[in-house]
Design a protein around this ligand. Structure first.
Ligand code: PEP
Length: 253
């Protein structure tokens, strides 16, 4: 059975005190209100990770938003997968469209990041998604397919079984333009079919595929009710404890 997951992505928001305060609220609310087996994760800026991992206990897991592709070395300003793991994090977002766009991260580099994360015992939350132009010109299936093939389809079936995929249409991130549940389901089913073709149907059935892009408490229910949508990667709404926890609770409904 694949896991149901709601992961927040705080991006470059909240100073240390604000981060601790918001996270403490989220942990308390999830502890009091969550029912069911869904996992709640917060992917925070690096500076917060050590403290949050200790506060989260078994209630809310912690992820980083990026890691370097090398084990260690002269890469000033970077943090390694080993460092992230060493403070108690379990997850790392890899390939977010903002990293692809602003930091020129390409599929080949993201393949290296995925491998180093897995080698250090982290679960990559691997993001793929098309731009508005690619959606409008109808090339989105090809784009998604090449993102999968060039980054993560080189993994063994065993390693592939350890990752989580997030489908995040770039045109829906931070724009308020959510994909309709039909649009999202169509792509999630496509991704699962591609995984089955590359590996097998057991691997495909066991892979959690999250939707991300202006997901909020109002639209989460319809999105998460789709057969191939196993949760969400939540940006803006994860900065409000009530909204984030309401999205987590959507799986109870
Ligand atoms: C994201 O950054 O991963 C994201 C989905 O952002 P938002 O929910 O704000 O669109």
């Amino acid at each position: 059975m694949r896991k149901k997951i709601v992961a927040g992505n705080w991006k470059m928001n909240l100073d240390y005190a604000e981060g601790i305060s918001l996270f403490s609220e989220i942990v308390n609310m999830v502890r009091d209100e969550k029912q069911g087996e869904q996992l709640a994760i917060i992917c925070a800026p690096s500076i917060h990770l050590n403290s949050l991992a200790k506060l989260g206990g078994n209630t809310v897991s912690i992820g980083a938003q990026n890691c370097h592709q090398k084990e260690s070395g002269a890469y000033t300003g970077e943090i390694s997968a080993k460092m992230i793991k060493s403070v108690g994090c379990e997850y790392v977002i890899i390939g977010h469209s903002e990293r692809r766009q602003y930091f020129a991260e390409n599929n080949e580099l993201l393949a290296e990041k995925t491998i180093i994360a897995l080698q250090n015992g982290l679960t990559p939350i691997f993001c793929i998604g098309e731009t508005l132009d690619e959606r409008n010109n109808g090339s989105y299936f090809e784009v998604l397919k090449s993102q999968l093939e060039e980054s993560i389809f080189g993994l063994s079936a065993e390693d592939f079984g350890k990752i989580v995929i997030a489908y995040e249409p770039v045109w829906a991130i931070g724009t308020g333009l959510t994909a309709t549940s039909e649009q999202a389901q169509e792509v999630h089913a496509f991704i699962r079919k591609e995984i089955a073709g590359k590996y097998d149907s057991v691997v495909a059935d066991n892979t959690s595929i999250l939707y991300g892009g202006s997901c909020n408490p109002k639209n989460a229910g319809e999105l998460f009710a789709q057969t191939d949508i196993d949760g969400g990667l939540i940006g803006g709404a994860s900065l409000k404890s009530r909204d984030f926890v309401d999205i987590v609770k959507t799986f109870n409904a």
